[in-house]
Design a protein around this ligand. Sequence first.
Ligand code: ADA
Length: 552
Amino acid sequence: MLRLFAEHHVRRELQLAPVWTMTTLDEGGLDAPVRVSVPSVWESIPGLRTYKGRAAYENRFVGGGTLRFVFGGVSFMAKVYLDGELLAEHYGAYTAFDVIARDVPQGEHVLRVEADNRYGEASALHVENDYYSYGGINRPVGLQQLRRAYIEQLRIVTKREGGEWKGYVTVSVRSLCGEDVTVSVKLSAADGGVYTAPVTLEAGGRCGLSECIELGDVTPWSPERPQLYLLQAELAVDGALEDDLIDRFGCREVTLQGRRLCINGESVRIKGFNRHEDYGALGSAVPVEVMTRDLQMMRDMGANAVRTCHYPNDPRFLDLCDEMGMLVWEESHARGLTLAQMQHPLFAGQTEQCVREMIAQHVNHPSIVIWGCLNECDDITPEGAAIYRWNLDLLRRLDSSRPVTAALLDRKGSLIFADCDIASVNLYPLWYHPTDPTLHVKNMAAYVEANGGAGKPVIVSEIGAGAIYGYRDPGAMKWTEERQAQIIARQIDAVLSHPDCAGIFLWQFADVRVDESWFDKRPGCINNKGVVSQYRRPKLSYQTVKECFARY
Ligand code: ADA
């Protein structure tokens, strides 16, 4: 399942066998094919812990007609073949893509996916970094059978007007047949329902339909009461029911009032974590059990928010955030790129694709309250700032219902505070430099105020310290759990006691694997600033965070 609820009652879903045959294709791989369950990453196989290359995944299935293959995520370059014929290619591990094959004869077929995690000229965003770009089919795969037309996208924006909740819905329908047909959509959401007027859909074309639904007596979505509703779209083609798409939504409006983020007019103080999709040997193919537990642990520590650093997350994780009332800052993919890297010939296209896919795929999640982009890239040269502006504007153009921001490096000279709705900075006082956190936060907020961010909410988008799990010593030297706990306590107090700060995202929830080029700064090739280990064992700082968050 790609989501945590049924997306279709009408569209036929076929089952792919969960275990595929994987063959490595490059040097350093295995001598023979192996059977692997999907989703997974090949680094979970001991002999492939450091394999950088390609692997072919094959799955035999029985089916026919018009088939749609949906890939939740392939890390990080994919080629999809059906019976030996190349059907599609996709870049980027963290967004879904689909492939449609028409007139497939009924019978047995071979689906082959080549995943490739080699850095190089073809990749501007996946580069050697302070997290790991795993290889494999790291999110679920779906197979569906379509008919003459299908619903490609469903989007709802909820607004409270005159005391009543309304859902502004747009549906995009795509024709898969060779003649013109008449299509209409029945939309149901909460207590409301509406039929779109029939329109002619040209052979092979697309059309967009929009309607406003009066939602009736609904309970608004809030962190305390995360009430969700289903939005169901049923497509009639020449009067016959042929397809459907179901999504979930919540009724809520996100606004900025002065220096605060508000949900339905109520101000919230963000107490959050940065969380990478990474779980020990399972890498980025994080099971739903772990996602659920992660969120429960964050809640237990008193957190109400999570930042999906530094890329769009698995929609099942976002589904859980919707259900649990966790506020999400979701961002497109890019971390720590220099101007030269931002001027890579593929950078503009790959970032744009990631932003477009992220918003199209995740826009209905009520938990997402902030869109972000370009973590710690070049915001201090005119060229870099222009790229930031372009990305921030793209986010706004694609969705004007949420504030946009970017987590910036802690330094002087940013040119883009004025372009962000929220000013966000990553700080590491007492870890990378010995500055007192209260003074550092005060200076940072004053700097933001004087350099384009006047009056804006300020978020400390990262703050934290490292600790090697299990390394304890009363001397509390660097890398001990004691030292981490002491530093984090002072950092949280410094941020949350500052009147300009709308919130904090601690760096980070759990330890993660990093690329080997970071080995000298990251013991064990692990970024160990987690308050829990790679396998979610709490460090001393877990209790510290709980106590500090409880004070605010
Ligand atoms: C940065 C960056 C993170 C991580 C962190 C750290 O702010 O955004 O990805 O590298 O620092 O651990 O130093």
